[in-house]
Design a protein around this ligand. Structure first.
Ligand SMILES: *Cc1c(COP(=O)(O)O)cnc(C)c1O
Length: 235
């Protein structure tokens, strides 16, 4: 079943690339494996997946030890400053940076490990009260503040679009995010790059790719529905 899901998602990714005249290699498919058991991640790994997305520090740490070391772990969830130290040497990118204080802590921990951590700025693209992320207005300011931190590298923007029945309803938000990335890039801020756009989930990744996504984060479409009520270890 996972194999079939994966091939359906992969086909849809390829189709969206074709439709928008983009190369398949420009888009990274991140399998969002939160709440799912390691056995299922192993299956995805065996089917060729190397990029996994998780939103909880503890879950990353537990899974990290039990799965192959060539996996690229992406932190995509809200991150508390006091937990940065647990994942700093485990993840390849932190997608969810929405404050200077968090970036500063990532910088401190990265320096300790003599590494430079790639990060994305999370934008609350639809101004939803329930969502994390900075407003579009504050994004440039945040980028300018973070620019002088030399052990983090801003690679682009990330957003969690609203949940919609019709993916077309999110197209405008994806366009706005792309435009914001272009605007920030034009400012030529030292140490700030805007080549990565982490947008698109199960319901809307095809539209996101058409609008310039370079990283789609697909959970349900690959692993099936999540059962938050199940008394498993990953909650
Ligand atoms: C859970 C999650 C996803 C994946 O959502 P699906 O709709 O299951 O594809 C993507 N991004 C973030 C930040 C998430 O928390």
């Amino acid at each position: 079943m996972l194999k079939e899901n994966l091939s359906n998602v992969e086909n849809a990714v390829q189709e969206a690339c074709l439709k928008s005249a983009r190369k398949r290699s420009e888009v990274t498919l991140i399998a969002v494996s939160k709440t799912k058991p390691v056995e299922l991640l192993k299956e995805a790994y065996d089917a060729g997946i190397r990029d996994f997305g998780e939103n909880k520090v503890q879950e990353i740490c537990e899974k990290y030890d039990r799965l192959p070391s060539d996996i690229r772990w992406h932190m995509i969830g809200h991150l508390q400053r006091n937990k940065v130290k647990y994942i700093i040497d485990k993840v390849c990118m932190i997608h969810s940076v929405d404050s200077y204080r968090l970036a500063e802590e990532i910088n401190i921990q990265a320096k300790k490990h003599k590494l430079v951590m790639p990060i994305l700025l999370e934008i609350n693209i639809a101004d939803e009260q329930t969502k994390f992320g900075v407003s579009r207005e504050d994004a440039i300011l945040l980028a300018e503040e973070i620019a002088h931190l030399d052990s983090v590298r801003v690679e682009g923007l990330m957003a969690v679009a609203p949940y919609v029945e019709d993916a077309e309803d999110n197209r405008k938000y994806f366009q706005q995010l792309k435009k914001l990335a272009v605007d920030i890039q034009r400012k030529n801020i030292d140490n700030i790059n805007m080549h990565a756009l982490s947008i698109g989930m199960t319901g809307d990744f095809a539209v996101a790719i058409e609008e310039g996504s370079t990283m789609v984060r697909v959970g349900t479409g690959i692993f099936g529905e999540r059962d938050y009520g199940h008394p498993a270890s990953f909650q």
